[in-house]
Ligand binder design. Sequence first.
Ligand SMILES: [Zn+2]
Ligand SMILES: [Zn+2]
Length: 293
Amino acid sequence: MPSREELLVGAHLSTSRGGLVGAAQRALAMQSRVFQYFPKNPRSYRPKEIDRAACERQRDQVRELGVLTVAHSPYVTNLSTQEPALAELTRDSILNDLEICEAYGTEYLVVHCGRAVGAGPEAGRQAMVQQVREILQRWNGRCQLLLENTAGQGTELGQSLAELAELMDEIGSDPRLGLCFDTCHAFAAGVLDFDHLGRFWTDWDRYDMGERVRVVHLNDSKFGPGSRKDRHELLGQGQIGAERFARLLADSRLYPYPLLIETPVAKEEEYAGEIERAYAWATGGCSPETGDR
Ligand SMILES: [Zn+2]
Ligand SMILES: [Zn+2]
């Protein structure tokens, strides 16, 4: 069992109050040394102008506080879009997010795998591979691009570990390309199967997830296995539940990563309780049946 100090548990926080530094201080108040944020309006592609010097001042303060940051690209982003104008807009938007990350000293930018929409999965896949290649070609910073697994809602690509590994291999080897693994998405897609957890870990190793994954999203799911619905639930209160989370987190394969919570709390302060639950499960400090201490 790891100690709390060995774990990096955090949540998705808003930077609208006090910017990056304000969010870092609130993370610390919640006993956390990592958080995720949106580099710009999550519902818009529009590139954001950045004041590099101001960002770098915040970066330095956040570093001094000893807090790590991860960014999440806007939800509207579709890496598989086939429409040339929209593809260009998407590319510019992600490159802008990467610039913002770089100025803030953020190591990882998470972006969802593409949605094939009307074109069919194979064309969608090709478009996504091409798009990510181009982004990486144009990007000369350090920030890494992490493709997030999806629940398979609608025409979403990137569900199984095999498919994610294949996508990465096809894009080509680049140390700045990795994966973000979301427990809610994997559960809803039927990939994180608690009746066959051993098989899940076998696949994890077989497809080299230890190397590919850089960030984990720790979310419960409103809907059951195979529902292919991306609806997060509070930790322990969804279809995954406390007992299964405790079993999942009993495996040390998830510890090297930042474990970030994106659950539907009513108020940001409630993430303190969510973070506490994750610590308790991972350190074995709770009863697995109820998740209570
Ligand atoms: Zn996620
Ligand atoms: Zn989600």
